[in-house]
Design a binder for this molecule. Structure first.
Ligand code: FES
Length: 137
């Protein structure tokens, strides 16, 4: 647990819960918690870079979505949706570099990082390791 007034937007904490290492992230006023173990090869996922989603409705038209964020593993850069733990890279990706333009969403990969619900009790940020979560405000 961390005190809410000591856990500002854009910050993260790595906490230990039994044998688990869990990353807790604050993006704006939302909180997310993910298992600090990358499903790809076990890298310290929660030490990676957090970036907002970039959404596009058409070529040349894009906007930064500050409501949702992606977490990139520091070992090989696989990205995971902070809210769902869903990856967007994996064995289904083409092995040859390609260039293309995508309009709309990205195809989800086969791996999903374990996530946990986070809630605020009084002035405390609490991670619930008994159930899975998709972020919390
Ligand atoms: S171990 Fe995380 S991307 Fe490879």
């Amino acid at each position: 647990m961390s005190r809410l007034d000591e856990f500002g937007p854009g910050e993260r904490r790595i906490v230990e819960a039994g044998r688990r290492s869990i990353g807790v992230f604050r993006v704006g006023d939302r909180f997310y918690a993910l298992n600090n173990h990358c499903p790809h090869q076990g890298g310290p996922l929660c030490l990676g870079r957090v970036a907002p989603w970039l959404r596009s409705a058409a070529p040349g038209d894009y906007r930064v979505d500050d409501e949702d964020a992606l977490l990139a593993c520091p070992w090989h850069g696989w990205e995971y949706d902070l809210a769902t733990g869903q990856s967007f890279l994996g064995p289904g990706e083409a092995p040859v570099r390609t260039y293309g333009v995508s309009v709309g969403g990205r195809e989800p990969g086969p791996y999903v990082a374990e996530t946990f619900p986070v809630h605020v009790e009084d002035a405390w940020v609490v991670v619930d390791t008994a159930t899975r979560g998709e972020g919390s405000a």
